[in-house]
Design a protein around this ligand. Structure first.
Ligand code: AMP
Length: 567
């Protein structure tokens, strides 16, 4: 069974698979490789995913959602019609659609995927992505950082050793990675980014600028009018990637106005988002410890890299050529499929090794004796940019006489004070009572490429060991996961092939009525096979049966006697 690679994007999602020695994109039912990451519930309760859902963002904003990837792993809820969804449940619906498209394309079940995530995604967001996969019926043992995937795809055809800067700028996030490619080993050596900066911010700045120019107040414009303005702004922004000027105009009862968008105007309106591009780039270059001259090329990835102003900005800032041979939109999905093939140990890729780094610091709390207010500090154990898998140990001693336990809170983040970072878990270790500083524990963090963090604390004097695992794919409570899985499965998904299935059933019925009586048992047999496939709800079975039954019916329609004489 093939493992597919999935680029689960903020705006669009894509799937790809390794076939005949190369990564190929998987088309969806509409024949496009880009499936909008949008979900909508229509008036009869059917869940729409993809372009149809995106189209409804304007007409039915209260029943539709998009850009939910921005909220992965956070406590935000989305209300669609009378239902409530978490961002991972909405992502699961998109993943389920991609899985079905892949099954239809490959003609066999697909149960495993490698999913790409922004390198900057923290532990909770990674765990949420894996849960989304599980909810969609996909085993997700490996995640791949999006820039690593892009580098992997951009490397094909380049044998030389080199260092690449991957600038991944999508709808909702900016990820920068410095990737070293040496002797077929691809290693991310520094990452940085901004998980709140993307093309959507440009759309918002343009829409707000439009309101200012036309005497409208963005805040008091209602939700559906805001959606119209954002959509228009996005279209104009795209248009400006091909033309010198674009006219934005809206004419409604309560909302009307116009504005001409040019490159200088875009620069003026979007000064805010533009100014936020520089810091993550310099942080990544600074962190990797290499001079800029060592970077051979910049790989622009993500829809926002289509903006000429962004490309111009990159060239002026870094003085390096742009390499987009794998496509700004498709590089990540193709790279994820290559990584899936590496996981499958495909012969052609046996030589390629991908290493990754930890995009954030992992540590525990220690007492700051100098602080009068007793705030705890973060004691880093695995530092940001450590090569994964990483296993590091530090020793901690008791801070009070007769202390009976040590409490290790596990944090992720770069802040000085422990409490300002994200709390991942807590481990309590009973300790023999002794004067302060005489007892203690060795704390080991082991973090792997799949986002699994193992914390082990061992009492120095007795060797007693306690362990905590953080970031297991099934992160949420097992019963809760099962319950949500059942609820999601019960949702009436819009059958991608409904029309084709209805057409085939109608054809079976027509031929049954028209044909000679001795052919009827054969048609009945075909009809029951097809019904069984429909009832299984397995899209790959439906597609296979539909193909076979159609071929069989074609023969009856043309030359029925010949067909059955052979049987
Ligand atoms: P992604 O998340 O990589 O699919 O990127 C989506 C973002 O890219 C959205 O903000 C789009 O508006 C933006 N985008 C896509 N195509 C273009 C284009 N031709 N010009 C400017 N922005 C674009």
């Amino acid at each position: 069974m093939p493992i597919i690679g999935i680029d689960l994007g903020t705006t669009n999602s894509l799937a790809a698979v390794w076939r005949e020695g190369r990564a190929v994109l998987i088309p969806n039912a509409a024949g496009s490789c880009l499936t909008p990451s949008a979900v909508s519930i229509d008036e009869d309760g059917t869940v729409l995913v993809g372009q149809a859902a995106r189209d409804r963002l304007v007409s039915c904003p209260d029943r539709s959602a998009a850009s939910f990837k921005r909220w992965m792993g956070k406590s935000r809820q989305f209300h669609l019609a009378d239902r409530t969804f978490t961002p991972e449940e909405l992502s699961a619906l998109v993943l389920r659609r991609l899985k079905e498209d892949a099954e239809a394309f490959l003609g066999e079940p697909v149960t495993e995927a490698v999913i790409s995530v922004p390198a900057y995604f923290a532990e909770a967001q990674r765990a949420a992505t894996k849960r989304a996969g599980a909810l969609a019926g996909l085993r997700v043992e490996r995640l791949i950082n999006e820039p690593s995937a892009a580098a992997l795809a951009s490397r094909l055809g380049h044998e030389e050793d080199e260092t690449l800067l991957v600038f991944d700028f999508g709808g909702g996030t900016l990820d920068i990675s410095i990737v070293e490619c040496f002797d077929n080993v691809i290693s991310v050596i520094a990452v940085s980014g901004d998980d709140r900066l993307g093309g959507d911010d440009f759309d918002l700045a343009i829409a707000q600028g439009f309101c200012r120019e036309n005497g409208l107040d963005w805040e008091s414009v209602d939700k559906s009018a805001q959606a119209i303005l954002l959509r228009q702004a996005e279209q104009c922004k795209r248009g400006l990637s091909q033309a010198a000027a674009v006219h934005m105009s809206v004419a409604g009862e309560h909302l009307s106005g116009s504005m001409t968008l040019t490159a200088p105007k875009l620069l003026e309106l979007c000064a805010g988002p533009f100014s936020r591009l520089r810091a993550p780039v310099s942080r990544a270059v600074g962190d990797c410890g290499l001079p800029l001259s060592e970077i051979s090329a910049v790989v622009p990835v993500g829809g926002s890299c289509r903006m000429p102003l962004v490309r111009q900005y990159l060239t002026e800032l870094l003085h390096r050529p742009l390499r987009d041979s794998a496509g700004t939109d498709t590089a990540v999905a193709l790279g994820a499929a290559i990584y899936a093939a590496i996981k499958e140990r495909r012969e052609e890729l046996r030589e390629v090794v991908l290493t990754d780094i930890c995009p954030f610091t992992l540590g525990t709390n220690i007492i700051d004796w100098a602080a009068p207010n007793g705030r705890e500090l973060l004691s880093p154990i695995i530092s940001r940019n450590s090569v994964l898998p990483s296993s590091k140990q530090r020793r901690y001693v008791t801070t009070a006489d007769g202390q009976a336990k040590m409490i290790f809170r596990i944090y992720q983040g770069e802040q000085l004070y422990a409490g300002d970072n994200t709390l991942l878990g807590q481990l309590e270790l009973p300790i023999p009572r002794a004067p302060k500083g005489r007892e203690g524990a060795d704390v080991r963090f082991t973090y792997d490429i799949n986002g699994l963090l193992e914390v082990e604390a061992t009492v120095i004097s007795t060797g007693e060991r306690h362990q905590l695992l953080i970031g297991r794919p099934g992160g949420m409570d097992e019963r809760e996961a099962q319950r949500r899985l059942r609820e999601l499965s019960a949702l009436k998904l819009h059958p991608r092939d409904q029309e084709e299935n209805r057409a085939l059933t109608a054809r079976i019925e027509r031929l049954f009525a028209e044909c000679a009586p001795d052919l009827r048992p054969f048609i009945q047999q075909a009809a029951s096979r097809f019904t069984a496939a429909l009832e299984s709800q397995e899209s790959w079975k439906i597609v296979r049966e539909r193909k076979e039954v159609s071929a069989f019916l074609d023969q009856i329609d043309t030359d029925p006697l010949d067909r059955f004489r052979d049987m």
